[in-house]
Design a protein around this ligand. Sequence first.
Ligand code: ADP
Length: 359
Amino acid sequence: MITTNKETVKFSLISATILGLCSIIVCGSFMWFLGFFSLLPVLGIGILIFGVTYFFIYFQTQKYLFGNINTIYEELDIAENVPQSRSLVTTDMNTLKQQVRDYAKTRNKEIENLKGQDEYRKEFLGNIAHELKTPLFTIQGYILTLLDGAKDKPELCEKYLLRASKGVERLEYIIKDLDLITKLEVGDLNLEVEEFDIVALIDNIFEMLEIKAKKKKITLMLDRKYEPIFVTADKGRIRQVIVNLVVNSLKYGLENGTTEISIEKLIGSKLIVRVTDNGEGIKKENIARLFERFYRVDQSRSRDEGGSGLGLAIVKHIIEAHDEQIYVESVHGIGSEFSFTIEKIAQQESNVVEGLVAN
Ligand code: ADP
Protein backbone atom coordinates (compact mmCIF):
# COMPACT_ATOMS: atom_id res chain seq x y z
CA MET A 1 0.00 0.00 0.00
CA ILE A 2 1.29 3.44 -0.87
CA THR A 3 0.43 6.22 1.50
CA THR A 4 -0.04 9.50 -0.39
CA ASN A 5 1.51 12.79 0.47
CA LYS A 6 -0.15 16.21 0.51
CA GLU A 7 2.52 17.66 -1.81
CA THR A 8 1.59 15.29 -4.67
CA VAL A 9 -2.11 16.17 -4.33
CA LYS A 10 -1.32 19.89 -4.20
CA PHE A 11 1.02 19.72 -7.18
CA SER A 12 -1.51 17.70 -9.24
CA LEU A 13 -4.34 20.11 -8.34
CA ILE A 14 -2.38 23.23 -9.31
CA SER A 15 -1.17 21.71 -12.60
CA ALA A 16 -4.65 20.42 -13.46
CA THR A 17 -6.26 23.79 -12.61
CA ILE A 18 -3.76 25.70 -14.78
CA LEU A 19 -4.23 23.29 -17.69
CA GLY A 20 -8.05 23.31 -17.21
CA LEU A 21 -8.14 27.11 -17.22
CA CYS A 22 -5.78 27.29 -20.22
CA SER A 23 -7.96 24.84 -22.17
CA ILE A 24 -11.08 26.93 -21.32
CA ILE A 25 -9.34 30.09 -22.58
CA VAL A 26 -7.96 28.40 -25.72
CA CYS A 27 -11.23 26.59 -26.60
CA GLY A 28 -13.36 29.65 -25.76
CA SER A 29 -11.18 31.92 -27.92
CA PHE A 30 -11.16 29.41 -30.76
CA MET A 31 -14.96 29.04 -30.70
CA TRP A 32 -15.36 32.78 -30.36
CA PHE A 33 -13.10 33.24 -33.35
CA LEU A 34 -15.11 30.74 -35.42
CA GLY A 35 -18.32 32.43 -34.27
CA PHE A 36 -20.11 29.59 -32.40
CA PHE A 37 -19.10 30.26 -28.80
CA SER A 38 -21.11 28.34 -26.22
CA LEU A 39 -20.21 28.35 -22.49
CA LEU A 40 -21.30 24.80 -21.58
CA PRO A 41 -19.06 22.82 -23.99
CA VAL A 42 -16.14 25.15 -23.13
CA LEU A 43 -16.63 24.46 -19.39
CA GLY A 44 -17.07 20.74 -20.13
CA ILE A 45 -13.77 20.59 -22.00
CA GLY A 46 -12.09 22.57 -19.17
CA ILE A 47 -13.42 20.15 -16.52
CA LEU A 48 -12.45 17.12 -18.62
CA ILE A 49 -8.92 18.42 -19.15
CA PHE A 50 -8.72 19.27 -15.40
CA GLY A 51 -9.81 15.74 -14.42
CA VAL A 52 -7.58 13.89 -16.88
CA THR A 53 -4.59 16.10 -16.03
CA TYR A 54 -5.13 15.70 -12.27
CA PHE A 55 -5.27 11.92 -12.36
CA PHE A 56 -2.45 11.65 -14.91
CA ILE A 57 -0.06 13.89 -12.97
CA TYR A 58 -1.09 12.43 -9.61
CA PHE A 59 -0.51 8.81 -10.62
CA GLN A 60 2.64 9.50 -12.62
CA THR A 61 4.17 11.45 -9.71
CA GLN A 62 3.17 8.76 -7.21
CA LYS A 63 4.59 6.05 -9.49
CA TYR A 64 7.83 7.96 -9.90
CA LEU A 65 8.16 8.70 -6.17
CA PHE A 66 7.15 5.20 -5.13
CA GLY A 67 9.64 3.64 -7.56
CA ASN A 68 12.51 5.73 -6.22
CA ILE A 69 11.57 5.49 -2.56
CA ASN A 70 11.09 1.76 -2.89
CA THR A 71 14.66 1.54 -4.20
CA ILE A 72 15.85 3.51 -1.16
CA TYR A 73 13.91 1.14 1.13
CA GLU A 74 15.44 -1.86 -0.60
CA GLU A 75 18.96 -0.51 -0.60
CA LEU A 76 18.94 0.76 2.96
CA ASP A 77 16.63 -1.91 4.25
CA ILE A 78 14.77 0.76 6.20
CA ALA A 79 11.62 -1.28 6.25
CA GLU A 80 13.27 -3.69 8.69
CA ASN A 81 13.69 -0.83 11.13
CA VAL A 82 10.26 0.73 10.89
CA PRO A 83 7.43 -0.67 12.87
CA GLN A 84 5.09 -0.92 9.85
CA SER A 85 5.13 -3.89 7.55
CA ARG A 86 7.41 -3.97 4.51
CA SER A 87 4.45 -3.18 2.20
CA LEU A 88 3.72 0.16 3.91
CA VAL A 89 6.20 2.11 1.81
CA THR A 90 5.35 5.76 2.19
CA THR A 91 5.79 8.63 -0.23
CA ASP A 92 4.97 11.11 2.51
CA MET A 93 8.16 13.13 2.91
CA ASN A 94 7.82 13.81 6.64
CA THR A 95 7.23 10.15 7.47
CA LEU A 96 10.05 9.16 5.15
CA LYS A 97 12.42 11.67 6.77
CA GLN A 98 11.51 10.30 10.22
CA GLN A 99 12.10 6.74 9.05
CA VAL A 100 15.51 7.66 7.62
CA ARG A 101 16.38 9.39 10.92
CA ASP A 102 15.29 6.30 12.91
CA TYR A 103 17.26 4.10 10.55
CA ALA A 104 20.39 6.24 10.96
CA LYS A 105 19.95 6.18 14.75
CA THR A 106 19.65 2.37 14.81
CA ARG A 107 22.65 1.96 12.55
CA ASN A 108 24.70 4.38 14.67
CA LYS A 109 23.85 2.37 17.76
CA GLU A 110 24.91 -0.83 15.99
CA ILE A 111 28.18 0.78 14.90
CA GLU A 112 28.86 1.97 18.47
CA ASN A 113 28.13 -1.54 19.69
CA LEU A 114 30.48 -3.11 17.15
CA LYS A 115 33.21 -0.60 18.04
CA GLY A 116 32.76 -1.48 21.71
CA GLN A 117 32.99 -5.19 20.93
CA ASP A 118 36.08 -4.62 18.83
CA GLU A 119 37.71 -2.66 21.68
CA TYR A 120 36.78 -5.42 24.11
CA ARG A 121 38.19 -8.09 21.76
CA LYS A 122 41.48 -6.23 21.37
CA GLU A 123 41.76 -5.61 25.10
CA PHE A 124 40.86 -9.23 25.89
CA LEU A 125 43.46 -10.60 23.43
CA GLY A 126 46.06 -8.19 24.80
CA ASN A 127 45.30 -9.31 28.35
CA ILE A 128 45.47 -12.99 27.44
CA ALA A 129 48.81 -12.55 25.67
CA HIS A 130 50.13 -10.67 28.69
CA GLU A 131 48.88 -13.27 31.17
CA LEU A 132 50.37 -16.18 29.22
CA LYS A 133 53.67 -14.44 28.55
CA THR A 134 54.74 -14.27 32.21
CA PRO A 135 54.58 -18.01 33.06
CA LEU A 136 55.86 -18.95 29.59
CA PHE A 137 58.98 -16.81 30.00
CA THR A 138 59.50 -18.26 33.49
CA ILE A 139 59.31 -21.83 32.17
CA GLN A 140 61.53 -20.97 29.20
CA GLY A 141 64.09 -19.29 31.50
CA TYR A 142 64.43 -22.35 33.77
CA ILE A 143 64.61 -24.81 30.88
CA LEU A 144 67.32 -22.76 29.15
CA THR A 145 69.28 -22.51 32.40
CA LEU A 146 69.01 -26.29 32.83
CA LEU A 147 70.17 -26.86 29.26
CA ASP A 148 73.06 -24.44 29.80
CA GLY A 149 74.49 -26.75 32.44
CA ALA A 150 72.32 -26.56 35.55
CA LYS A 151 70.96 -30.04 34.72
CA ASP A 152 74.34 -31.49 35.74
CA LYS A 153 74.03 -30.10 39.27
CA PRO A 154 71.41 -32.26 40.99
CA GLU A 155 70.44 -29.67 43.63
CA LEU A 156 69.82 -26.98 40.94
CA CYS A 157 68.20 -29.43 38.56
CA GLU A 158 65.39 -30.32 40.96
CA LYS A 159 64.90 -26.71 42.11
CA TYR A 160 64.59 -25.37 38.56
CA LEU A 161 62.37 -28.20 37.43
CA LEU A 162 60.04 -27.50 40.37
CA ARG A 163 59.91 -23.81 39.43
CA ALA A 164 59.23 -24.64 35.78
CA SER A 165 56.49 -26.98 36.93
CA LYS A 166 54.93 -24.13 38.97
CA GLY A 167 54.88 -22.07 35.76
CA VAL A 168 53.12 -24.89 33.94
CA GLU A 169 50.58 -25.08 36.78
CA ARG A 170 49.96 -21.35 36.46
CA LEU A 171 49.47 -21.68 32.70
CA GLU A 172 47.04 -24.50 33.35
CA TYR A 173 44.76 -22.54 35.65
CA ILE A 174 44.86 -19.40 33.50
CA ILE A 175 43.72 -21.50 30.53
CA LYS A 176 41.08 -23.24 32.67
CA ASP A 177 39.68 -19.87 33.85
CA LEU A 178 39.80 -18.49 30.29
CA ASP A 179 37.95 -21.51 28.98
CA LEU A 180 35.28 -21.15 31.67
CA ILE A 181 34.80 -17.41 31.22
CA THR A 182 34.52 -17.82 27.43
CA LYS A 183 31.84 -20.43 27.93
CA LEU A 184 30.02 -18.19 30.40
CA GLU A 185 30.20 -15.18 28.08
CA VAL A 186 28.89 -16.97 25.00
CA GLY A 187 26.12 -18.45 27.15
CA ASP A 188 27.41 -21.94 26.41
CA LEU A 189 27.20 -23.11 29.97
CA ASN A 190 23.95 -24.86 30.79
CA LEU A 191 23.17 -24.71 34.48
CA GLU A 192 22.40 -28.04 36.04
CA VAL A 193 20.03 -26.89 38.74
CA GLU A 194 19.50 -29.28 41.63
CA GLU A 195 18.60 -29.20 45.32
CA PHE A 196 21.50 -29.41 47.73
CA ASP A 197 22.51 -28.57 51.28
CA ILE A 198 24.59 -25.40 51.13
CA VAL A 199 25.87 -25.86 54.70
CA ALA A 200 27.37 -29.24 53.77
CA LEU A 201 28.87 -27.69 50.63
CA ILE A 202 30.56 -24.93 52.67
CA ASP A 203 31.91 -27.50 55.18
CA ASN A 204 33.31 -29.49 52.31
CA ILE A 205 34.99 -26.41 50.79
CA PHE A 206 36.48 -25.48 54.18
CA GLU A 207 37.94 -28.99 54.46
CA MET A 208 39.41 -28.75 50.97
CA LEU A 209 41.01 -25.35 51.65
CA GLU A 210 42.18 -26.14 55.18
CA ILE A 211 45.83 -26.70 54.25
CA LYS A 212 45.95 -23.52 52.18
CA ALA A 213 44.40 -21.57 55.08
CA LYS A 214 46.81 -23.09 57.62
CA LYS A 215 49.79 -21.82 55.62
CA LYS A 216 48.63 -18.31 56.53
CA LYS A 217 47.19 -19.33 59.89
CA ILE A 218 43.76 -18.16 58.74
CA THR A 219 40.71 -19.69 60.44
CA LEU A 220 37.86 -20.81 58.19
CA MET A 221 34.52 -20.81 60.01
CA LEU A 222 30.76 -20.48 59.79
CA ASP A 223 29.37 -17.70 61.98
CA ARG A 224 27.23 -20.24 63.88
CA LYS A 225 26.13 -23.85 63.78
CA TYR A 226 23.61 -24.47 61.01
CA GLU A 227 21.18 -27.28 60.37
CA PRO A 228 21.10 -28.34 56.69
CA ILE A 229 19.78 -25.54 54.45
CA PHE A 230 18.57 -26.70 51.07
CA VAL A 231 18.87 -24.44 48.06
CA THR A 232 18.20 -24.82 44.33
CA ALA A 233 21.10 -23.93 42.05
CA ASP A 234 23.88 -25.50 40.00
CA LYS A 235 25.89 -27.08 42.81
CA GLY A 236 29.15 -27.30 40.85
CA ARG A 237 28.99 -23.65 39.86
CA ILE A 238 28.00 -22.40 43.32
CA ARG A 239 30.88 -24.44 44.69
CA GLN A 240 33.13 -22.57 42.28
CA VAL A 241 31.73 -19.22 43.47
CA ILE A 242 32.37 -20.03 47.14
CA VAL A 243 35.81 -21.50 46.40
CA ASN A 244 36.82 -18.37 44.44
CA LEU A 245 35.60 -16.07 47.24
CA VAL A 246 37.22 -18.08 50.03
CA VAL A 247 40.49 -18.46 48.08
CA ASN A 248 40.52 -14.67 47.56
CA SER A 249 39.96 -14.14 51.28
CA LEU A 250 43.04 -16.31 51.89
CA LYS A 251 45.13 -14.66 49.16
CA TYR A 252 44.37 -11.14 50.35
CA GLY A 253 43.85 -12.01 54.00
CA LEU A 254 46.35 -11.29 56.77
CA GLU A 255 48.22 -13.91 58.82
CA ASN A 256 46.22 -15.11 61.83
CA GLY A 257 43.07 -13.72 60.24
CA THR A 258 39.58 -15.19 59.91
CA THR A 259 37.33 -16.00 56.97
CA GLU A 260 33.74 -16.35 58.08
CA ILE A 261 30.69 -17.45 56.13
CA SER A 262 27.14 -16.68 57.19
CA ILE A 263 23.78 -17.57 55.65
CA GLU A 264 20.85 -15.26 56.24
CA LYS A 265 17.26 -15.17 55.14
CA LEU A 266 16.19 -12.39 52.81
CA ILE A 267 12.69 -11.46 51.70
CA GLY A 268 10.67 -14.28 50.11
CA SER A 269 12.54 -17.40 49.15
CA LYS A 270 15.95 -15.76 48.94
CA LEU A 271 18.97 -16.40 51.13
CA ILE A 272 22.14 -14.34 51.24
CA VAL A 273 25.52 -16.01 51.69
CA ARG A 274 28.25 -13.71 53.04
CA VAL A 275 31.97 -14.41 52.86
CA THR A 276 33.73 -12.01 55.24
CA ASP A 277 37.42 -11.59 55.90
CA ASN A 278 39.51 -9.27 58.03
CA GLY A 279 42.24 -8.98 55.39
CA GLU A 280 43.78 -6.05 53.58
CA GLY A 281 40.46 -4.71 52.26
CA ILE A 282 39.96 -2.74 49.05
CA LYS A 283 40.08 1.01 48.51
CA LYS A 284 36.74 2.61 47.57
CA GLU A 285 37.96 3.74 44.14
CA ASN A 286 38.84 0.15 43.13
CA ILE A 287 35.57 -1.49 44.16
CA ALA A 288 33.58 -0.59 41.01
CA ARG A 289 36.02 -2.41 38.71
CA LEU A 290 36.60 -5.56 40.79
CA PHE A 291 34.38 -7.79 38.65
CA GLU A 292 36.01 -6.82 35.35
CA ARG A 293 38.08 -9.46 33.62
CA PHE A 294 41.78 -9.23 34.49
CA TYR A 295 41.25 -6.31 36.85
CA ARG A 296 43.51 -6.40 39.87
CA VAL A 297 44.05 -3.82 42.55
CA ASP A 298 47.71 -4.78 42.80
CA GLN A 299 49.00 -6.58 39.69
CA SER A 300 52.15 -8.08 41.14
CA ARG A 301 50.51 -9.04 44.45
CA SER A 302 47.78 -10.92 42.58
CA ARG A 303 50.31 -12.70 40.35
CA ASP A 304 52.47 -13.63 43.35
CA GLU A 305 49.36 -15.13 44.91
CA GLY A 306 48.76 -17.10 41.71
CA GLY A 307 45.69 -15.16 40.57
CA SER A 308 44.51 -15.14 36.95
CA GLY A 309 42.54 -11.92 37.45
CA LEU A 310 39.42 -13.78 36.32
CA GLY A 311 38.15 -15.17 39.63
CA LEU A 312 35.61 -12.45 40.43
CA ALA A 313 34.51 -12.09 36.78
CA ILE A 314 33.70 -15.82 36.83
CA VAL A 315 31.84 -15.43 40.14
CA LYS A 316 29.73 -12.58 38.72
CA HIS A 317 28.87 -14.52 35.56
CA ILE A 318 27.79 -17.58 37.52
CA ILE A 319 25.64 -15.57 39.92
CA GLU A 320 24.03 -13.63 37.07
CA ALA A 321 23.39 -16.87 35.15
CA HIS A 322 21.32 -17.90 38.20
CA ASP A 323 19.47 -14.53 38.05
CA GLU A 324 20.89 -13.73 41.48
CA GLN A 325 22.80 -10.75 42.86
CA ILE A 326 26.39 -10.30 44.02
CA TYR A 327 27.51 -7.55 46.37
CA VAL A 328 30.79 -6.34 47.78
CA GLU A 329 31.58 -4.17 50.76
CA SER A 330 35.11 -3.42 51.80
CA VAL A 331 37.07 -1.05 53.98
CA HIS A 332 40.75 -0.68 53.19
CA GLY A 333 42.83 -1.98 56.09
CA ILE A 334 39.81 -3.56 57.82
CA GLY A 335 38.50 -6.31 55.52
CA SER A 336 36.04 -7.28 52.81
CA GLU A 337 32.67 -8.93 52.51
CA PHE A 338 31.48 -10.55 49.29
CA SER A 339 27.89 -11.77 49.35
CA PHE A 340 25.47 -13.35 46.91
CA THR A 341 21.85 -14.34 46.93
CA ILE A 342 20.55 -17.83 46.33
CA GLU A 343 17.11 -19.47 46.13
CA LYS A 344 16.12 -21.77 48.97
CA ILE A 345 13.81 -24.60 48.09
CA ALA A 346 10.16 -23.68 48.35
CA GLN A 347 8.89 -26.54 50.54
CA GLN A 348 11.70 -26.21 53.07
CA GLU A 349 10.51 -26.07 56.67
CA SER A 350 10.74 -22.40 57.54
CA ASN A 351 12.12 -23.15 61.04
CA VAL A 352 15.17 -24.75 59.43
CA VAL A 353 16.17 -21.46 57.86
CA GLU A 354 14.44 -18.83 59.93
CA GLY A 355 15.05 -20.38 63.35
CA LEU A 356 18.69 -21.09 62.81
CA VAL A 357 19.51 -17.99 60.90
CA ALA A 358 17.71 -15.71 63.30
CA ASN A 359 19.54 -17.18 66.30
P1 ADP B 1 42.83 -12.46 41.14
O1 ADP B 1 43.17 -13.66 40.37
O2 ADP B 1 43.75 -11.32 40.90
O3 ADP B 1 42.61 -12.76 42.59
P2 ADP B 1 40.02 -11.82 41.12
O4 ADP B 1 39.12 -11.50 39.98
O5 ADP B 1 39.66 -12.98 41.96
O6 ADP B 1 41.46 -11.96 40.51
O7 ADP B 1 40.11 -10.54 42.04
C1 ADP B 1 40.36 -9.28 41.47
C2 ADP B 1 41.07 -8.37 42.44
O8 ADP B 1 40.18 -8.04 43.51
C3 ADP B 1 42.26 -9.01 43.11
O9 ADP B 1 43.41 -8.84 42.33
C4 ADP B 1 42.35 -8.25 44.43
O10 ADP B 1 43.07 -7.06 44.24
C5 ADP B 1 40.90 -7.88 44.73
N1 ADP B 1 40.28 -8.79 45.73
C6 ADP B 1 39.47 -9.83 45.50
N2 ADP B 1 39.05 -10.40 46.66
C7 ADP B 1 39.61 -9.69 47.65
C8 ADP B 1 39.58 -9.77 49.08
N3 ADP B 1 38.87 -10.70 49.71
N4 ADP B 1 40.28 -8.85 49.78
C9 ADP B 1 40.99 -7.89 49.16
N5 ADP B 1 41.08 -7.77 47.81
C10 ADP B 1 40.39 -8.65 47.05
